[in-house]
Write a protein of this length. Structure first.
Length: 177
């Protein structure tokens, strides 16, 4: 998957402040920037259970080739929710933009993807190694459970960015999948 280009960009300035739409590159470039470590940027994943109850949890996500990737233990609530319903949302505070992405997270077991993403995690301080099922490492988040940990590719369809520094405003982008 390569980087996406929005097919629709909408200015969400409904009250007439006179703000302009943001280019997608404002969000994309900040997502692609390499933080010092995997937890330097706080990402939050929201899923829904079978009864519709929401569940939100912090994740260590990384941008790779136009999508976000994250890990989860097989027995975690988020993994169980995603197995039943891959629709989810990821929210993140970037340096000058609050961003919410809506899409689907699907487990990936493709060897080349596991190897590539494991190398990216290692470069950011988490010593992940690819296996047939996902990743192993000497440690992970305390709530992750024992290895292996699954790798999920989050493919988004829409994104909303709210400027928290100049230029301010709000923009929605829609992407074809």
């Amino acid at each position: 998957m390569t980087d996406k280009t929005p097919y629709e960009t909408v200015n969400l300035d409904r009250v007439g402040y006179g703000t302009a739409t943001f280019p997608w590159s404002r969000a994309r470039d900040q997502l692609a920037a390499e933080p010092v470590d995997v937890v330097a940027v706080p990402y939050f994943l929201s899923t829904a259970g079978p009864d519709g109850a929401p569940h939100t949890v912090g994740i260590g996500a990384l941008w790779d080739d136009g999508d976000l990737y994250f890990t989860s233990g097989p027995g975690t609530r988020k993994s169980r929710h995603l197995a039943a319903n891959p629709a989810c949302t990821i929210a993140v505070r970037l340096p000058d933009l609050d961003l919410v992405l809506d899409g689907e997270a699907v487990r990936t077991t493709e060897a080349s993807t596991l190897e590539r993403v494991a190398a990216r995690y290692r470069a950011r301080g988490w010593p992940a190694e690819a296996t047939d099922d996902g990743f192993t490492a000497p440690f992970s988040a305390p709530s992750a459970g024992p290895p292996p940990w699954y790798l999920y590719r989050f493919a988004f369809r829409t994104a909303v960015g709210v400027g928290i520094k100049e230029p301010e405003g709000a923009t929605r982008w829609r992407f074809e999948r």
